[in-house]
Ligand binder design. Sequence first.
Ligand SMILES: [Zn+2]
Length: 275
Amino acid sequence: MDKLTEFLIKPFVEDLGAIKDHRITYAKEFVRNCPNCENMIVYKHYSNYRKGIRKNKVCQSCVTEIVADKMRGRTLSKKHIEKMRNYMLSLGDRNPAKNHNTRKILSEKASLRIGNRNPRFGCKLTKKHKDILRKANLGKIHSNDTKQKLSKIVKQWNANLSSDIKQKYIEKATRGWIESKFGISYDEYLRTHPKFVLYKNKVWKETRKQPVHSLNNHDKRGRAGIINAYQLDHKISMFDGFHKNISPETIGNIKNLRMIPWKENISKGSKSIYE
Ligand SMILES: [Zn+2]
């Protein structure tokens, strides 16, 4: 290769390496700008390029935006949806939405759309809708894969949240659980349920937060009936605490806890021990 040819070809080869654009391999390409966003539109065929000029066509991403704007707040007719569904079914494996790359692009786009451009943002499901979903999922068992995914999500969730916010979520879950179990509202449950049961729940909630493993004989903790098994005991009993208006936090505190043999625990009953 003589020096002149080298000089002429080199920059082109370098460009080719840098751009790595498949379009360069085409001998012919026709370029015009989008009248809406002024981005470059590249045509492979002259006839399409002419058509674009004649009809003053916008680029594909502008078309998508315009259509989305038009459709915002509207719903498709059932007939139309049926037609679209049949078309997608007829595609089968050729369905572009099932393509791995497409899914990746879509999820990236969706993450950008979080906020008011996402039509579902901030929307709440109606009770009717929730019931439909609940019935659809009734009796279904998660596969091991799904279980693993879910536990991963929960672990991430646990790691990222402050304890205050976690507490709020837990309370919300408790409300939901009680409402679905008893079929009454949480306020009504608090009003109608025996006060002593609620008090005991609060004491146990506090007790679970305490460092009970530091108590003597904690390593022998076990069920009633097992030889040498010890049980956790509230020195001032929950019964006395309830009737003498002592706060559940005091009764559940580590200072009021001890480990005693299960037989002793049963014979003690609702009595208190004052040391
Ligand atoms: Zn455009």
